[in-house]
Design a protein around this ligand. Structure first.
Ligand SMILES: Nc1ncnc2c1ncn2[C@@H]1O[C@H](COP(=O)(O)OP(=O)(O)OP(=O)(O)O)[C@@H](O)[C@H]1O
Length: 208
């Protein structure tokens, strides 16, 4: 899925996070976004989700303009893993079931077999499906969030520090798997040096 940002300006009060910023990602590109804290990495993902509306400029996703009329339908092309899972009640299974129940997600494959294949891949135990989410470690919660996002099987995958709390061995497995997803456009916000991506965006320069 092609992503295009043209002449984007984003201001929060006195702070300008993006100033006439443009970016073009061809379909199936994997982009690694780096930059210091506060440089706008999460804001970039939030722009693509329509959670943040630019003060100036245009965004196109899959060739369609992102605006108030299109945001709901375009969001159905996007799977997003936030930096931190919101505080949720219930078990991992219940969380995945809630995600699946949204009308837009009902056709996605949330079968036990598919869930457990992601769990196995990311080193989660089948029994952890029945564990309350808040009892999972930060790294386990990240692997659960990534599982949920992958089950949605959307063409655009946005990862915001999705492996930051995971140990090195698991992290490498997750990175390998993500980089094998050649049929998806992936934007990876990460401090980790281990990610392989076809394209890198360093936001340091936009703030120097
Ligand atoms: N809704 C908001 N209201 C006010 N300021 C905001 C808002 N969202 C982001 N900012 C500010 O915009 C700047 C960029 O934030 P952003 O979260 O995109 O940075 P980041 O590069 O992801 O940082 P980190 O690496 O610490 O997660 C920060 O100075 C932040 O305080």
């Amino acid at each position: 899925m092609e992503v295009r940002l043209e002449h984007i300006t984003v201001r929060f009060g006195q702070k300008t996070v993006f100033d006439d910023f443009s970016l073009h990602l061809a379909t199936h590109t994997h982009l690694l976004v780096q930059g210091p804290s506060g440089s706008g990495k999460s804001t970039l993902l939030r722009l693509l989700l329509g959670f943040c509306v630019p003060d100036e400029g245009r965004i196109h996703i899959g060739g369609k303009p992102l605006n108030a009329q299109t945001v709901w339908s375009l969001r159905q092309s996007v799977a997003y893993v936030p930096q931190q899972l919101p505080r949720v009640e219930g078990t991992a299974r219940q969380l995945l079931e809630q995600v699946h129940q949204f009308e837009a997600n009902q056709r996605a494959d949330f079968s036990e077999q598919t869930i457990l294949s992601h769990f196995g891949r990311f080193g989660l135990q089948p029994g952890q499906l029945e564990q309350p989410v808040r009892e999972l470690s930060g790294g386990e919660q990240q692997r659960l969030a990534l599982t949920g996002a992958l089950l949605l099987n959307r063409p655009l995958l946005l990862l915001d520090e999705a492996t930051s709390a995971v140990d090195a061995e698991r992290k490498a497995q997750m990175m390998d798997y993500i980089s094998s997803l050649k049929d998806k456009t992936v934007i990876i916000v990460a401090h980790d040096p281990g990610w392989r991506a076809g394209q890198t965006l360093d936001l340091t320069s936009t703030h120097s």
